[in-house]
Design a protein around this ligand. Structure first.
Ligand SMILES: [Fe+2]
Length: 247
């Protein structure tokens, strides 16, 4: 069995795991909100924003690139920058710094001369992001899965001194049906709401995803922000009360 087949087998087992009576789930429920593997946030894009993002992807997908810090998986991740650096060189530098920087000062020093701006005309997203709380926005990128594509069970490599707990990367599915499955430690696979922002504690807990469709590309975006601010903490509290997956 080669690495790719082995990773697919592990992902299959992971997706089939029933965590309902597990000690792991009990520990998560009894732990801190900030330590949850994933938290749906009380923030959701409008249908117009989702439609616009879907159309923009269709029109620009040939500009996708595969720069990623992941080196220990056979998967390649196609990304397309919506907001972020203007060159692939800078994008590469940004990606590397998310796991090599050991403090925000160090990270921001690397980012200081980087031109971060909107690269695609996602006007609805841009407008709606004005009410999403963060200290600084670094990138928003498409992370789409073609028919049959998957992400092996893995852990993200972002430095925990910068991104920790639910103060982490934000995953936003743009569409969802029963051919798309996302699973994470302690919870297994669950149905995601299109346009909802999910704080993914991906550098603490293993997770994986696959697109089982034969025809449809599953579209999502990933938002990378520094969300260490009171307004984000307030959003976390409200979100946990309203969208708790662990009851
Ligand atoms: Fe990940």
């Amino acid at each position: 069995m080669d690495t790719k087949q082995r990773n697919y087998t592990i992902l299959t087992k992971f997706m089939k795991t029933d965590w309902s009576d597990s000690v792991d789930l009990e520990n998560i429920k009894n732990g801190a909100i900030d330590d949850l593997p994933i938290l749906p946030l009380d923030f959701q894009l409008s249908r117009s924003a989702i439609k616009e993002l879907s159309d923009i992807y269709d029109q620009n997908q040939e500009q996708s690139h595969s720069i990623c810090t992941t080196t220990d998986l056979p998967d390649t991740y196609q990304k397309l920058t919506i907001f972020g650096p203007d060159s692939l060189e800078d994008y590469k530098k940004f990606h590397l710094s998310t796991h090599t920087s050991s403090s925000w000062d160090e990270f921001n020093d690397i980012m200081k001369n980087m031109d971060l701006d909107w690269r695609l005309p996602a006007n609805h997203l841009r407008k709606e992001m004005e009410s999403f709380p963060y200290k600084r926005l670094y990138t928003i990128e498409y992370f789409c899965k073609k028919p049959g594509e998957y992400s092996s069970v893995h852990i993200d490599r972002d430095n925990k001194k910068l991104w920790k707990g639910v103060h982490n990367r934000i995953y936003v599915p743009l569409d969802w049906d029963d051919t798309m499955e996302f699973g994470c430690y302690g919870l297994g696979k669950f149905v995601m709401e299109p346009g909802r922002f999910y704080a993914l504690n991906g550098n603490a807990y293993i997770h994986g995803a696959w697109n089982l469709s034969r025809k449809k590309t599953c579209k999502s975006i990933i938002v990378v922000v520094d969300n260490h601010c009171q307004s984000y903490d307030d959003l976390v509290k409200v979100s946990y009360a309203k969208h708790n997956l662990y009851k």
